[in-house]
Design a protein around this ligand. Structure first.
Ligand SMILES: Nc1ncnc2c1ncn2[C@@H]1O[C@H](COP(=O)(O)OP(=O)(O)OP(=O)(O)O)[C@@H](O)[C@H]1O
Length: 285
C-alpha cells in the first residue's frame, strides 16, 4: 500500500496531481493540480458548487479521488496521501476545522482540547489503562500543550466554560485551538469566517496570520470572504465547475478575467465584495 515515493521539493508540503472526482454523472473536480508550499496560507476560492470542499475532503481523506493523487511530505518522508487510511491523516500532522463547528457541547474548553489531543495518541491502550509512567508523561505533555494553545489564542477566560455556554465566535476559536493541540504541520480551515461578524472575522484573520508566522504552520483554507482571503493568503487558487481557473497572489487571482466572470460577469475586481454581516454565505455566483 505505501509505495516508496519520490521526495517533494524542499519547499513543497503537499502536491495535488490531476485530481478528479466523479459523483455519478457529475465531474465535481476535474483535473485539478496545485502545490501547497511550506509556511504559506493557501486559499481555495470559487462560487457555489465549484468543488472546493470536495478538494478539501480529498486531502482529509473523507473522499477518494476517481483519478489523480496527492503527495505529502509527512514526518517520516513523502507519502501518497490518497493511499493512506483516513485514521492515519492526523498522525501525519494534518488537522482540520469544520464549517459547522464540531465540539463536545457539554464539556469544557480545556476538555475539548484534551480530547482533540488524543487523536495524536502517543501511548497504547494498556499503558493508558495502567497509567504507566509513559502514559503519565504523555498526559502531562497533552495538558501542557492545551494550556499553551489556550494562552496563544487568548482563551484563558473561557478555559473551564462549557462549550454550550459560549458565543459562536468563541466556539470557532476553540475549534481552531483543538486543531492546534494536535501540533499539525498542515492546518485545513473550512470557511473559518462563516457565521462570524466583521469584528470576529478580523480577529480570525489575526489568528490565522499568527498561526503561520509564529507557529510556522502551513494553512490551506476554503473561504468565501474576499477581504479575509486578501488579508491572510499568500496564494489563492480559484475554481469553477470543478476546474482550476487561476492560481496566484490574491490580487492576481481576484483581477483575473476568468475569475471575475465566474463570480459576477461584470465587476472588474471582486476584492470589494464582502459577505453581509451575520450571514453564513459569502460572495456567490
Ligand atoms: N457526496 C456527494 N455526492 C454527490 N454530489 C456531491 C457530493 N459532494 C459534492 N457534490 C457535488 O459536487 C459539486 C461540488 O461541490 P463542493 O461542495 O465541492 O463545492 P464547493 O465549491 O465547496 O461549494 P460551496 O461553496 O457551496 O461549499 C456540487 O455540484 C455538489 O453538489
Amino acid at each position: 500500500m505505501n509505495q516508496p515515493n519520490a521526495p517533494l521539493p524542499a519547499d513543497v508540503l503537499l502536491r495535488a496531481q490531476s485530481l478528479s472526482v466523479r459523483f455519478g454523472g457529475l465531474l465535481a473536480v476535474n483535473d485539478v493540480s496545485f502545490d501547497v508550499r511550506r509556511g504559506e496560507v493557501f486559499t481555495l476560492i470559487g462560487p457555489n458548487g465549484a468543488g472546493k470542499t470536495t478538494v478539501f475532503n480529498l486531502i482529509s481523506r473523507i473522499y477518494a479521488p476517481t483519478s489523480g493523487s496527492i503527495a505529502y511530505a509527512g514526518p517520516a518522508g513523502t507519502v501518497t496521501l490518497t493511499e493512506q487510511p483516513p485514521h492515519r491523516v492526523a498522525g501525519l500532522g494534518i488537522a482540520r476545522t469544520f464549517q459547522n463547528i464540531e465540539l463536545f457541547e457539554h464539556a469544557s474548553v480545556l476538555h475539548n482540547l484534551l480530547i482533540g489531543r488524543h487523536t495524536r495518541r502517543e501511548t497504547g491502550l494498556w499503558a493508558d489503562m495502567l497509567f504507566t509512567p509513559r502514559a503519565r508523561a504523555a498526559e502531562i505533555r497533552a495538558r501542557e500543550k492545551a494550556e499553551a494553545v489556550i494562552d496563544f489564542l487568548e482563551l484563558q477566560h473561557y478555559r473551564d466554560t462549557l462549550i454550550a455556554g459560549l458565543p459562536y465566535g468563541v466556539r470557532k476559536v476553540v475549534e481552531l485551538a483543538r486543531a492546534l493541540c494536535t501540533e499539525p504541520q498542515l492546518l485545513l480551515l473550512d470557511e473559518p469566517s462563516s457565521g462570524l461578524n466583521v469584528e470576529e472575522t478580523d480577529d480570525m484573520a489575526f489568528w490565522i496570520q499568527d498561526i503561520r508566522d509564529e507557529l510556522g504552520i502551513t494553512v490551506l483554507m476554503v473561504e468565501h470572504d474576499m477581504s479575509l482571503v486578501s488579508r491572510v493568503s499568500d496564494r489563492v487558487l480559484a475554481m469553477n465547475q470543478g476546474q482550476v481557473l487561476a492560481t496566484g497572489t490574491p490580487h492576481e487571482v481576484q483581477t483575473h478575467p476568468g475569475v471575475v466572470e465566474a463570480y459576477l460577469g461584470t465587476i472588474d475586481d471582486v476584492s470589494s465584495l464582502r459577505r453581509p454581516e451575520g450571514s453564513a454565505v459569502g460572495v456567490r455566483a
